[in-house]
Design a protein around this ligand. Structure first.
Ligand code: SF4
Length: 444
């Protein structure tokens, strides 16, 4: 009789590799119109992640799949900053995220004591919750950046895991080798990732290796215990078109690819983060390179913003890049709001950013032939053909705004809108086929 004990199955990847389909895999399969075995196979080899902390599952979260063959997921960032700490405004943003179809909320609070907000968010929202523990470390430990120790940083990660965070952005890839490349080759915008810049500063001042890189195995143990998906942060994502696809970004991506394999070997789910700012014609190649170097791990991108000069409209520059990136292989889009590069977004910015990103994700899903992605578009076509406005609101990504605009400008001719009124093309052709009079109001 064998005295060896079977390894404890904790994470979705553990169960998938053991051939077991979890309730979360079933839920993802049902929502995505896929066979549960399709999901299990891809969770087992890391092509799909289901970020679902065991603590959050117990609180009733919904399971979301991120990765190959699945609909593109959308994240909303929120959270207080040191300059603007209005918790009520942040809760308004949570409500918008939930009501308008976000799949994930990242709490990026970066000032003071953030734990109460994070715990309440995890208690209340069924969406995936992500955080960046590095943002929280200074407030949590009440220490200046350079006084933080490796143990301090890992204590913060553990606290987030215990609270039930489903995925954490951790900038593990910016090691001494990558910073050497960065310093040797130079960049126009240097490092624009907040977490990446903090770690770079810490490494330069202390002279130490990135603790999340050096002690990666210890990090994996914490993540495995709670099934936290590591979202490998891209510290060196390009902050302007000039820096995209440069040596520094590529050097970090190579490191991230190596870390993916180590995470999977330890039974930890992983996603990889990506750019950034990037010219339209470079995006598809960047997505393919990431998938190649990171062994088809789910790719989570911020934009990319396809021009640097769309100030005040960066939800649009990011949505253009988001549609290209998602149709070329990215799996998860982080929203960008009109306030990007300018200020902490308000609730209206959050809605505008979310809708722009949802449109990009949906457009990509149609192009990627995600099962049933086009159903609502075809229903919308039918509703418009019939001038059935109630049916149109049911198909719309944002029915509230659409209905409001329609009702603000009442049409004089029933069924039409004030754009063309009696000259409504749909109405005219319907009347032709019905054999009824085409009254344009000029007959009298
Ligand atoms: S009035 Fe013009 S814009 Fe309005 S529904 Fe008819 S065709 Fe479309």
């Amino acid at each position: 009789m064998s005295t060896q004990t079977e390894p404890k199955l904790v994470t979705q990847i553990d169960f998938a590799r053991a051939g077991q389909i979890t309730p979360q895999m079933k839920e993802v399969a049902e929502r995505e119109h896929r066979d549960p075995e399709y999901i299990r196979e891809r969770v087992a080899d890391g092509r799909i992640a289901i970020p679902a902390n065991i603590v959050h599952i117990k609180k009733g979260m919904r399971a979301f799949g991120v990765g190959e063959g699945l609909s593109t997921k959308v994240n909303v960032n929120l959270g207080i900053s040191g300059d603007k700490a209005d918790a009520a405004e942040e809760w308004k943003k949570v409500k918008i995220a939930e009501d308008f179809g976000a799949d994930a909320i990242m709490d990026l609070s970066n000032s003071g004591k953030t734990r109460q907000f994070r715990q309440q968010l995890i208690d209340e929202t069924p969406l995936m919750v992500g955080t960046v523990p590095m943002y929280d470390a200074i407030g949590y430990m009440e220490k200046p950046l350079v006084k933080l120790t490796k143990d301090d940083l890992f204590e913060v990660v553990r606290a987030h895991a215990e609270d039930g965070v489903d995925f954490m952005t951790i900038h593990c890839g910016i090691n001494k080798s990558v910073t050497k490349t960065f310093k040797e080759t130079g960049r126009l915008m240097n490092i624009v990732s907040r977490g990446g810049s903090l770690l770079f500063g810490w490494m330069e001042v202390t002279g130490n290796e990135n603790p999340f890189y050096e002690h990666f195995d210890e990090l994996l143990e914490i993540c495995h215990e709670y099934d936290v998906t590591i979202s490998l942060g891209d510290s060196c994502r390009p902050g302007c078109l000039y820096d995209s696809n440069d040596a520094t970004e590529t050097a970090e991506m190579i490191e991230l690819g190596k870390l993916c394999k180590r995470a999977w070997a330890a039974g930890v789910q992983v996603m990889v983060e990506g750019p950034g700012h990037m010219a339209l014609d470079e995006i598809a190649a960047n997505m393919k390179l990431q998938k190649r170097l990171c062994h088809n791990a789910p790719f989570y991108v911020l934009g990319p913003l396809v021009t640097d000069i769309g100030v005040g409209y960066d939800h649009i520059t990011a949505a253009i890049g988001g549609a290209i990136s998602a149709s070329s292989g990215a799996d998860f889009l982080c929203y960008v709001t009109p306030a990007e590069h300018l200020c902490l977004p308000n609730a209206q910015d959050v809605l505008d950013g979310l809708m722009a990103t949802k449109i990009a994700a949906h457009a990509a899903d149609i192009a990627k032939k995600v099962p049933h992605a086009r159903d609502m578009d075809d229903k919308m076509g039918q509703a418009r053909r019939k001038l059935d406005w109630d049916a149109m609101w049911e198909c719309a990504l944002d029915p509230v705004t659409g209905k409001k605009r329609y009702e603000e400008s009442p049409a004089a001719t029933e069924g039409t809108c004030t754009m063309c009124g009696k000259m409504c093309a749909v109405r005219t052709v319907n009347k032709v086929f019905e054999g009824t009079t085409i009254d344009l109001g000029m007959e009298d």
